[in-house]
Every structure is written in C-alpha cells, then in structure tokens.
Write a protein that binds this ligand. Structure first.
Ligand code: SF4
Length: 303
C-alpha cells in the first residue's frame, strides 16, 4: 500500500470509530471527493450538516462552510482539516461595510451570500447560496434589496427579479479571472458543446454562455441534457465530479485559470489528522452563532 492508501484506510477506520461524517465540496481534489460521505454545493452540504446524526463533521471545503456547519449543528464537533483554507471573496467584506450600507439605505433588507464570515451573516437579514439566491430575493417583501458580497451573483439575481438590487463590489477571485474571450476560445475548440458557467462569473461571460447555473443545478441539467459534451465554466474540481457522475459524457474546462487555491488546500493527510487529533475544531461564540444562525435558518425556510 502507498501512503495515500494507508491514509485512506485510517480515515475509514477513524470515521467508523468516532461516528464521523465527511462532507466534501464539489471543488475538492479527487482524493477528497472519493472519501466524502456527501459531495455537493454549499446548500446541499449545509442541509446535510443540519440533519446528520454523526458526532463529528469533517468539512472539506473552506472556512465559511465549516462555520455554517457549526452554526447549523452547534452541539457537534465540526473540523476544518486545513486551517488555511479561506475564501478571498468572504474576506472582501466586514460587518462595518454592511452596517454602512444599512445606514445609507434604511429599512432595505440585506441578502448575504453564504460565502461570507459568520460576523457578516450576523448583521445581515437573510442568507442565500447560488442555488437559491433568486428565490430568496423574491421571497422578501421589499422592492429594494442590498446584496453582499458578490457583485457577480448579485447582478445575475438583479437580472432575474423585478427588484432594485444594491450591489457590493466583492467577487470570486477564481470565477472573475474568466473573460468573454475564454468563452469564445472554448467554443471554437468544441463547437458542439453547450457552455455552462457559474453565476459568480462576470456578466460578459454569463451573456456569452448558454446556461448559467450553480454546481448543484449543473448536475441536474447535465443529467437530463441531450448533449454528450459540455464546456464547464466553474472551478476545475467540478470536472472530476461530473466525470464521476456521468462517465459517458465529456467535459471541457473552459480555462485552466478556473482553479481555487483554497479549495485545493485539503489533503488526505489533513483529513486523517483532523479525525485522529480533532484538528482544527471550529469554535464560534454563542451569541454570534445565534445571530448568524437566524440569517441561515431563514434561508433554509425558503429552500
Ligand atoms: S471558488 Fe471563489 S468563492 Fe469559492 S472558495 Fe474559491 S475564491 Fe471563494
């Protein structure tokens, strides 16, 4: 057995002995996706965290995801295997930015993308993911909303609802790397493949594509789509996920720039160490969990 296989075996054993569950985001490296009990987008994984009977949740993703899991399962031990796995988009906004927006637009509700810190969620009115953002915004009884922190997703939502959307200039460092030229180049190489991009992409990229969808919706759409090949405009980990689910179809990554360093920080060794030594445990102050939890739970009620 090589070292990877040894860690893989140890992970299986510790998971069983400690009644642990491994949640892995669609963008994780193949080795991590392979050991995940559940693989999915932020919304799927938050729901799994909320309903699991496991005592320990090992969250293979980035910090804001482990925070969300802890908020939804406060009595469980939530572990983030790589403590350095953050999200540059989440770091672009602080609670004082939200409070300033609220002051400038009194009474306007703040919709907060889950890709944000617990502190930012705590001063927001409701959360959303890329999967439910339009439904969340439409569920609010207000003609105007403030959308934070992602300008890409916020502008996409604005195009699909009849409300005025006030945006914050945050962005995903990975999806924002892509420009319209990349879509055109990929189309030339694979003229018969529909182009699917994530709503975090720039407007010019969304407009040049055939379908805009978060990772969960991409899976459902591809399953029922008549085409056997697709150009994928989201983080490259999704290609492995799609190839595993649909081995008979072909997937082309739109650009090698679609690589999130933070999503690749978690390794098998980290997961094994997390289970063995209970590192790195997500701890949040009670009042913060309660306040941020309000915004997350309101989102889950919408769906
Ligand atoms: S892909 Fe973008 S939003 Fe997701 S963790 Fe990486 S930087 Fe953050």
């Amino acid at each position: 057995m090589n070292q990877q296989q040894i860690w893989g075996e140890e992970i299986k054993q510790w998971k069983k002995d400690k009644n642990a569950i491994i949640l892995a985001h669609n963008y994780q490296i193949p080795e991590i996706q392979d050991i995940g009990d559940f693989i999915g987008d932020s919304l799927d994984l938050s729901k799994k965290a909320a309903e699991t009977n496991a005592d320990i949740i090992v969250f293979c993703g980035v910090t804001f995801m482990a925070e969300t899991a802890k908020i939804l399962a406060p009595k469980k031990m939530v572990l983030l295997p790589s403590k350095h796995a953050g999200c540059p988009m989440a770091d672009m906004i602080e609670p004082h930015d939200v409070l300033k927006l609220k002051q400038e637009h009194p009474g306007v509700p703040v919709v907060c993308y889950v890709n944000s810190s617990a502190e930012v969620k705590a001063v927001s009115d409701i959360c959303c993911t890329s999967a439910n953002a339009i439904n969340v915004v439409n569920s609010l009884d207000s003609k105007k909303i403030i959308f934070i922190p992602d300008e890409g997703l916020g502008s996409y939502v604005a195009e699909h609802c009849s409300k005025e959307v006030i945006l914050f200039p945050g962005y995903c460092a990975t999806h924002y790397m892509i420009k319209k030229e990349e879509v055109e180049k990929a189309r030339k190489l694979h003229p018969n493949a529909p182009v699917i991009v994530h709503p975090e992409c720039r407007k010019e990229v969304r407009d040049a594509s055939d379908i805009v969808a978060g990772t969960g919706k991409m899976i459902t759409l591809i399953k029922d789509h008549s085409s056997n090949e697709f150009i994928i405009g989201t983080e490259e980990g999704m290609i492995y996920r799609l190839e595993t689910l649909f081995p008979e179809k072909k997937f082309y990554l739109m650009s090698s720039k679609l690589y999130c360093v933070n999503m690749k920080k978690t390794t098998l060794e980290h997961v094994r160490n997390a289970l063995l030594h209970h590192q790195h445990e997500m701890m949040l102050p009670e009042p913060l969990m309660e306040e941020a939890g309000e915004s997350i739970k309101k989102m889950l009620m919408v769906g």
